[in-house]
Design a binder for this molecule. Structure first.
Ligand code: SDX
Length: 430
């Protein structure tokens, strides 16, 4: 990490600020001492120019449409590996050897069951509860069932909690789905791989044998890889901030799930499909493009745009290819929503507004169509995003916890409220 410095003139004062270079990507100006030296804060409410931490896990180049996990391009990981290999890479920093991979698969597989009393926990929900509400609650509740892995100062307990969450998220997600449709829960099966096990827990019923379609299972596994981690996005930053107070890992991941739920973030896959349904036909697209461009209309094209990618989201390209694979495998020749999506993308990418603002389809644009074709209801789309992103949240949380420089996150503010004033007794108020 090469370091040099830059100067900043604040009023009559000139301060020296250290500059640190990363391996690749933008350098950073360390402003840690700025307030002490100048009495001023920096101001960047959406963190558009702020690096909140140092990390070795994921690198994104928004202009070039590059996404690397521990240096490996997402295209290669999605093409050649499986989701648990990406999990190992994110957690440990290197691709696993064959022995390490089979040990990791074994450990995850044998943590997939949840405490039997979680069944009673689920029964407290209304059947029509949004599954993301169920996931926020049940992941947070894991800290009530697994006290033996909540001491974050113990590396062993941190690893056990990590394994438990990666392993149990599919089980909890499938339980949320089954509960919402009034079907019995299906237990995990240790002879199935991670994604096949999830499909079985979602779509099998006790009355008959369920055969997992290997093409769909491979496609879902790839979708999980695409969603595994994404640098310091809103939900990952939420997990880091929650973790900086020393909160237990289950509570931190529950906080991440809550943040991901928002339609500007992970909730966009559900919102994108709802939008396509609302558009209804290719003929209505111009009306919605006009709404998206109208400054006075809050409508946005869900699944379009990104804070970092000002070029095509590399994951969206793989997502689109996977979408076509799944539709072909299922013999879905003309999905009207896919027709609308493809025409919407074609028109938007040739429209000056979207070109000038560098708005491209992001990962959420095609994922909804794919998941709907696989049989998942719209409300489950963000649950699957949370399932996959759990490993990224955990890897980032572990990196933060083991950083010797780590301290509680506590941003300041620009105060524009009332100056100090005295209390007015009720009798004198008019
Ligand atoms: C994810 O951060 C991550 O890495 C997230 C994620 C991950 O893996 O963790 O990649 C997952 O959340 C993907 C994004 C999913 N969200 C959506 O698809 C929702 C629709 N997109 C927008 O809400 C928006 O693009 C954001 C939230 C994604 C990004 O917003 P920014 O970076 O704050 O950009 P902005 O809102 O300042 O927009 C810049 C301009 C604005 O116009 P001006 O005010 O400059 O005139 O572009 C316009 C916006 O109005 N704009 C859009 C638009 N997105 C931005 N106009 C129409 N449709 C859109 N989708």
């Amino acid at each position: 990490m090469t370091a040099h410095s830059t100067t900043l003139k604040v009023g009559e004062k000139v301060v020296d600020l250290p500059v640190r270079e990363g391996t690749i990507g933008p350098a950073v100006v360390d402003i840690g001492k700025l307030y002490a030296q100048t009495g001023m804060f920096t101001y960047d409410p959406g963190f558009t120019s702020t690096a909140a931490c140092e990390s070795k896990i994921t690198y994104i180049d928004g202009d070039e449409g590059v996404l690397l996990h521990r240096g490996y391009p997402i295209e290669q990981l999605a093409e050649h590996g499986d989701f648990l290999e990406t999990c190992y890479l994110l957690l440990y920093g290197e691709l696993p050897t064959p022995a390490q991979k089979s040990d990791f698969d074994y450990r995850i597989t044998r943590h997939t069951m949840v405490h039997e009393q979680m069944m009673r926990f689920f029964q407290a929900f209304r059947r029509d509860a949004h599954p993301m509400a169920v996931m926020v609650a049940s992941v947070g509740a894991l800290s009530a069932f697994y006290h033996d892995s909540t001491d974050i100062s113990d590396p062993h307990q941190r690893m056990v909690a990590s394994m438990r969450m990666i392993a149990k998220m599919p089980t909890l997600a499938a339980m949320a789905y089954k509960y919402s449709i009034g079907q019995p829960f299906i237990y995990p099966k240790n002879d199935l791989d991670y994604s096949s096990n999830f499909l079985n827990m979602c779509f099998a019923v006790p009355c008959e044998e369920y055969k997992v379609n290997p093409v769909l299972s491979r496609a879902l596994d790839r979708i999980f890889i695409l969603h595994a981690d994404h640098e310091q996005n809103a939900s990952t930053s939420t997990v880091r901030l929650a973790g900086s107070s020393g909160a237990n890992p289950f509570a931190c991941i529950a906080a991440g799930i809550a943040c991901l739920w928002g339609p500007a973030h992970g909730g966009a896959n559900e919102a994108a499909l709802t939008m396509l349904r609302e558009i209804g036909s290719v003929d209505n697209i111009p009306k919605y493009i006009a709404k998206a461009k109208d400054k006075n209309d809050p409508f946005r094209l869900m699944g379009f745009g990104h804070r970092v990618y000002k070029n095509y989201d590399p994951r969206a390209k793989i997502m689109q290819k996977t979408c076509h694979e799944v539709l072909n495998e299922l013999g879905i020749k003309d999905d009207p929503l896919l027709d609308i999506a493809m025409e919407l993308e074609r028109i938007a990418l040739s429209d000056d507004y979207f070109i000038e603002k560098k708005l491209y389809p992001n990962i959420d644009f095609y994922s909804g169509i794919t998941l709907k074709a696989m049989g998942f209801p719209t409300e489950m789309f963000t649950v699957l995003f949370a399932l996959a992103r759990t490993v990224g949240w955990i890897a980032q949380w572990r990196e933060m916890i083991s950083d010797p420089a780590q301290k509680i996150g506590r941003p300041r503010q620009l105060y524009t409220g009332a100056p100090q004033r005295d209390y007015v007794p009720m009798a004198q108020r008019r």
